[in-house]
Design a protein around this ligand. Structure first.
Ligand SMILES: Nc1ncnc2c1ncn2[C@@H]1O[C@H](COP(=O)(O)OP(=O)(O)OP(=O)(O)O)[C@@H](O)[C@H]1O
Ligand SMILES: [Mg+2]
Length: 314
């Protein structure tokens, strides 16, 4: 790999203590690497750094963004996978595969998050990635978060578990993986200069990502007979129900249930789903997954109270 040059400013965010040694450790023992940490601990910065450094050393690397809120790449409410090929910056990473979660938080979507992560890691490995670096969400507190992280680590069979912590906040999550031959735990200190982001800033970040994603979107129609709705609540469809769906975010998925793109529903009739989407070739859409958030005209997201608003039966 002599033709790859490091772009100036590639690591605008710098590196951190122990990062270079971590690259050596992963390079010597390749496999899946999962990065854990509370919000604002430098997970995404480290994930990209590792992916690039490993690629520069000639290793086939893929990065998976398993954070559907403050996603490293791709639109919010999805998980994404990118192969690192050639010089690039985090912003310019090309997304290879996407998996729709339908929410900007894993809360209430633990299964979708775990399944999506597994599918993306498999896709990366099927594309010959020797190392898959997973950037996770900052959801680490409480029983549900513990279970999510435990199952994710098990399911992807993480070779390296990297913990970015200020104090001891990840120790409970790390404990079941301690002293196991199949895992190596790396504890790293966080960069002290990180300024925590407020909820408003996080919301604005999502808004900006959605607005960029839908910038070139146009209204398109998908015949309902050509697709299957993934509709766990058996939400009613047909004339008169269109209003219930207005503004709902949906995943437009292919035959393998990977996401070709997102749509925002304008209307749902008996025969046709009309939505705003940037994707071309809607005939490739086989499955439409209904999300749990709506987007308003300014691209701000809000949660849908599914059982009441979307007509679920008791
Ligand atoms: N080692 C570092 N050196 C310099 N700046 C850093 C470093 N790590 C992170 N930062 C900066 O801190 C900020 C937060 O980092 P990052 O987005 O990687 O954290 P995160 O844990 O992924 O956050 P989130 O919870 O939003 O996902 C960014 O502006 C990043 O540039
Ligand atoms: Mg992040």
């Amino acid at each position: 790999m002599t033709n790859i040059q490091v772009l100036p400013g590639l690591y605008q965010n710098g590196t951190g203590p122990g990062w270079k040694e971590l690259v050596d450790g992963i390079n010597g023992l390749k496999g899946v690497v999962i990065i854990l940490g509370a919000p604002d601990t430098g997970k995404t910065t480290l994930a990209f750094y590792l992916s690039r450094e490993l690629q520069l050393r000639g290793c086939n690397a893929a990065m998976v963004s398993a954070d559907m809120g403050q996603c490293a790449f791709g639109p919010p409410a999805t998980l994404g996978m990118s192969f690192l090929r050639g010089p690039t910056s985090l912003r310019d990473l090309e997304i290879h595969s996407m998996y729709f979660i339908g929410s900007t938080s894993p809360v209430g979507h633990l299964l979708q998050t775990t399944v999506g992560l597994k599918k993306l890691v498999e896709k990366a490995q099927g594309g010959d990635a020797e190392v898959v670096i997973i950037d996770t969400s900052g959801f680490i507190e409480g029983g549900a978060a513990w279970e999510l992280k435990f199952q994710e680590i098990e399911l992807v069979n993480a070779r390296h578990v990297v913990a970015l912590q200020r104090g001891q906040e990840l120790e409970g999550i790390l404990r079941p993986h301690e002293d196991r031959k199949c895992r190596t735990i790396h504890r790293l200190k966080i960069y002290e200069g990180i300024k925590p982001k407020s909820c408003e800033r996080r919301r604005d970040y999502r808004r900006q990502k959605f607005s960029e994603y839908f910038q070139k979107a146009t209204t398109k129609g998908i015949p309902l007979r050509a697709v299957r709705l993934i509709n766990p609540l058996n939400i009613l469809t047909g004339e008169g129900y269109g209003g219930l769906y207005k503004g709902l975010l949906v995943g437009l998925n292919d035959d393998e249930n990977f996401t070709l793109g997102l749509g925002v529903i304008e209307d749902m009739g008996l025969k046709e789903l009309r939505l705003l989407t940037p994707i071309e070739g809607v005939e490739r859409v086989k499955l439409v997954r209904l999300g749990a958030i709506r987007l308003d005209e300014n691209w701000y997201d809000s949660r849908v109270r599914q059982s009441q608003e979307l007509g679920a039966r008791d």
